[in-house]
Design a protein. Structure first.
Length: 472
C-alpha cells in the first residue's frame, strides 16, 4: 500500500512551496488509495515553535488537506533515534567523534587543500578511547568511494559521487539527532513507500540512502519536485509578495483556488487549468510532474480565484464576505446584516471581484454613504443642468411602494421620457451620488441594494452639492 508523508519543520509559516509538496503527497495518496501521514520535524528545538505548528495545521485544514496518521512529532520519538544510533555504533557503522571545533576547522582546511572539498577526514573512526572533558558527537561511517545511484521518479537516474560525502554527524554533542538521520529512521519505521519532496533535498538523498543501507531498512522510492521560481526566475521569496498560505487567506483567496493554482505549479494534465479536487484525485500522477522549475504567476492566481468566486455557492460566499466586512473594518456589527440581502450583494458583485477583500471594499458604499466623491467624476457629471432630472427621479422613487430593480427601472424610464433624455444623462451622476465612484455593478441593482430611503437621501445630497457649486 502506498504510504507518503508531509514532514514540515515548524520554524515559520507554511509557505506555498511546502503547501505544494503537501498537496502532491496528498493527491498521490488519495489517487492510490494509500495513506497520507503528517510528521512535524521539530528536533531543532531552537527554531521550532508551537505557534508555527498550530499555523501549519490550520493552513493544511484550510486547504482541505486531511491526514490519515499523525501529526507525529519527532521530539516525542527521541528514544527511537537514540536506540538506532547506538545500534549503528555497536555494529561498527557509526562512531563517537571527539574532535574540537578548532580541530575540525583545521581538518576541513587541510582536506580542502588536498581534495578541493572541505570535509571531515574520519580520524576518529579509529579512536578506541574517549577523550576527557569532551562531549562526543556520533558520526556515520560513510562510504566515500564510488557512486550512489538511484532512480528518481521525476528526475530519472541520479548518480552522486560518494567522495562528496564525509562522515556526517547523526547525533550532536547535546544528544539531539540530526535531520538526515531522523528522517531515515522515521520514513522507515513509518513504512513510507514514496518520499515526495522539494528538490532542495536532492543532495541529502545519497546520504539518506547510505543510512538506509547501514540500518538494514528497505529504501523507499524518491520523487524530487522542482522548485517554484518567481516571475523573474529567481527562487520564490518574500520579494515576490506573500509566500505564506494563510496570508493568501487574509488577502481574500478561496482555498479551492489556491489549491488548484498550486497543483498546476509543476504538474499538468493536457492544457487544462481548472480542476475540482475529485478530478485531481483521479488524474494525479508523478508522471505529470515536470522536470523544470515552475514559475509563480500572481495574475494567474487572481484569474483562478475570480473563477472560483464566480462559481462558488452563494451562501458560502456571503458568509465569507461577512468575515471580510468585519476584518476590513467596513462593518462593525456584521451579525446585524440580513444574510439573504448579503447573498444578493454577492451575486451583484462577484463578476467584478477577484478576491473577497476586493469585494468587501467595492460593496462598502452599501453600508455607509460616500465620504467623498471621485473628483474627476464630480467635474464631469455633477452639472447644474441635471438637477431637474435628479429632482424628478427622487419624486418617482419616492412613489415606489415596491423598491424592486424592475420598478426602479420604470421610475428611471419615466424621468427619461418626461425630459426626452437618454439614460446616459443621469446614469453616471446617480452612480456617483450612490457610490462616490464612477464604476459599480448595474445602476438599478445598486439602488435596490442600497435601499429606498438611503438611495433617495444620497441623491438629494448630491443635488445639494451640485446646487452649492460655484459657477466656473
Ligand atoms: N523537514 C524537512 C523540510 O521541511 C522535510 C524533509 C523531507 O521531506 O525529507 O524541508
Amino acid at each position: 500500500m502506498v504510504r507518503v508523508r508531509f514532514a514540515p519543520s515548524p520554524t515559520g509559516h507554511l509557505h506555498i512551496g511546502g503547501a505544494r509538496t503537501a498537496i502532491f503527497n496528498w493527491l498521490f495518496a488519495r489517487h492510490n488509495k494509500g495513506k497520507f501521514i503528517l510528521r512535524i520535524e521539530d528536533t531543532d528545538r531552537t527554531r521550532s515553535t508551537e505557534e508555527a505548528i498550530k499555523e501549519i495545521l490550520e493552513a493544511l485544514i484550510w486547504l482541505g488537506i486531511d491526514w490519515d496518521e499523525g501529526p507525529y512529532r519527532q521530539t516525542e520519538r527521541i528514544e527511537i533515534y537514540k536506540r538506532e544510533a547506538e545500534r549503528l555504533v555497536k555494529e561498527g557503522k557509526a562512531y563517537y567523534c571527539y574532535c574540537t571545533p578548532e580541530e575540525l576547522q583545521a581538518i576541513r582546511e587541510e582536506t580542502k587543500k588536498k581534495t578541493g572539498i572541505p570535509k571531515y577526514d574520519g580520524r576518529c573512526r579509529h579512536r578506541t578511547t574517549p577523550r576527557e572533558g569532551v562531549k562526543p558527537v556520533i558520526r556515520f561511517k560513510a562510504q566515500n568511494e564510488g557512486e550512489t545511484v538511484f532512480k528518481d521518479l521525476i528526475k530519472g537516474e541520479i548518480r552522486y559521487p560518494n567522495n562528496q560525502i564525509d562522515d556526517f554527524i547523526i547525533v550532536r554533542s547535546d544528544g539531539t539527532p540530526t535531520y538526515n538521520f531522523v528522517v531515515v529512521v522515521d520514513d522507515a519505521s513509518m513504512n513510507i513507500t514514496h518520499v515526495i519532496r522539494g528538490d532542495d533535498h536532492l543532495n541529502n538523498t545519497p546520504k539518506q540512502i547510505q543510512l538506509y543501507q547501514a540500518l538494514g531498512y528497505e529504501i523507499p522510492k524518491f520523487a524530487h519536485v522542482p522548485m517554484i521560481l518567481g516571475p523573474d526566475r529567481t527562487k520564490l521569496s518574500k520579494r515576490h509578495g506573500a509566500t505564506s498560505v494563510l496570508a493568501y487567506r487574509e488577502e481574500g483567496f478561496l482555498p479551492e483556488a489556491l489549491f488548484n493554482f498550486l497543483v498546476r505549479l509543476g504538474w499538468s494534465y493536457k492544457d487544462q487549468e481548472i480542476f475540482s479536487k475529485e478530478e485531481l484525485i483521479k488524474l494525479f500522477s508523478l508522471e505529470g510532474v515536470g522536470k523544470s522549475p515552475a514559475i509563480f504567476n500572481p495574475e494567474k492566481l487572481l484569474w483562478l480565484n475570480h473563477h472560483y468566486i464566480k462559481t462558488y455557492p452563494v451562501d458560502k460566499l456571503a458568509n465569507l464576505l461577512k468575515e471580510f466586512l468585519k476584518k476590513e473594518k467596513i462593518v462593525d456589527d456584521v451579525e446585524d446584516i440580513d444574510i439573504k440581502w448579503l447573498q444578493e450583494v454577492v451575486v451583484a458583485f462577484r463578476e467584478r471581484s477577484k478576491t473577497l477583500k476586493e469585494m468587501a471594499h467595492s460593496c462598502a458604499f452599501l453600508f455607509k454613504p460616500p465620504e467623498e466623491y471621485d473628483p474627476e467624476g464630480v467635474k464631469k457629471f455633477f452639472k447644474k443642468e441635471i438637477v431637474p432630472y435628479l429632482e424628478e427621479l427622487v419624486k418617482e422613487l419616492e412613489n415606489l411602494e415596491d423598491f424592486s430593480p424592475q420598478n426602479i427601472e420604470k421610475a428611471f424610464r419615466k424621468v427619461l421620457d418626461k425630459f426626452n433624455i437618454k439614460l446616459k444623462a443621469i446614469a453616471q451622476p446617480v452612480r456617483l451620488a450612490i457610490t462616490g465612484k464612477t464604476v459599480s455593478p448595474g445602476l438599478h441593482e445598486i439602488l435596490y441594494l442600497t435601499g429606498k430611503k438611503e438611495s433617495i437621501k444620497r441623491i438629494k445630497r448630491a443635488i445639494e452639492i451640485i446646487k452649492s457649486q460655484k459657477e466656473v
